[in-house]
Ligand binder design. Structure first.
Ligand SMILES: O=P(O)(O)OC[C@H]1O[C@H](OP(=O)(O)OP(=O)(O)O)[C@H](O)[C@@H]1O
Ligand SMILES: O=c1cc[nH]c(=O)[nH]1
Ligand SMILES: [Mg+2]
Length: 214
């Protein structure tokens, strides 16, 4: 599938995002810098992903006069990281929309089957009217993202965006087919998955690199 002109799929080309992703890939990049880079990339991606947030004019008194001026309208934001690695992207999005609510979906990939195993779900209520930004740095087979979005839709979520840093073509295609209504934002589209379902060239295990485990 060619994702260049695919509706609801954005693969970023911005040099700042590409530069920071290259630094993330480097196995010599330590936990502290890795965390900062994930946060910065999430902020840069979030700026673009939130470009269609609805605004409405409100009345504001400036020191000079009263004017009508745009502010983010009604439908507010919820950020929903897929634990653990998705947590690393939350501060970057929160720096743009500090009043956003934050839900959590706990999920890990079984090492043998590569299937997602859900272990936690707490979402802001009511969720129906919110724009929901799901974060996870890695979209590999797509199983975790599809399952997380299934859970969000079951609780009533409608307007959903999925933001990742690196995607494999296999996972991107699978997620897009399973949830064609979800807007997907990808920092970089990598080559392929290996036999262990890791992204190549990728950056290794994002959760371990963010939290310094292993
Ligand atoms: O597209 P998939 O094949 O489902 O793989 C991607 C998932 O794998 C990683 O999580 P992991 O299972 O390592 O959990 P962790 O974040 O707790 O380390 C990653 O953060 C995604 O959630
Ligand atoms: O390459 C991969 C695949 C899944 N999860 C990761 O953290 N990295
Ligand atoms: Mg992990």
């Amino acid at each position: 599938m060619n994702f260049d002109n695919e509706e609801n799929v954005v693969v970023f080309k911005h040099p700042l995002i590409q530069h920071k992703i290259s630094l993330l890939r480097d196995k010599a990049t330590g936990t502290n810098e890795f965390r900062k880079l994930v946060e910065e990339i999430a902020m840069l991606e979030g700026y673009e992903a939130l470009a269609d947030l609805p605004v409405e004019d409100v009345e504001i008194d400036t020191p000079i006069e009263t004017c009508m001026t745009p502010m983010i309208a009604g439908r507010k934001l919820a950020i929903v990281p897929i634990l653990r690695a998705g947590l690393g992207m939350v501060p970057g999005v929160l720096s743009l929309v500090p009043s956003a609510k934050v839900g959590h979906i706990g999920m890990y990939r079984d090492e043998e089957t590569h299937e997602p195993v859900p272990y936690y779900c707490k979402l802001p209520h009511p969720i129906e009217e919110r724009t929901i930004v799901v974060t996870d740095p890695m979209l590999a087979t797509g199983g975790s993202a599809i399952d997380a979005i299934d859970q969000i839709k079951k609780t009533g979520g409608k307007t959903i965006k999925f933001m990742c840093i690196i995607a494999a073509p296999e996972g991107l295609e699978r997620l897009h087919k399973a949830h064609p209504d979800v807007q997907i934002y990808v920092g970089h589209l990598d080559r392929e998955l290996n036999k262990d379902a890791y992204i190549c060239p990728g950056l290794g295990d994002a959760g371990d690199r963010i939290f310094g485990t292993k």
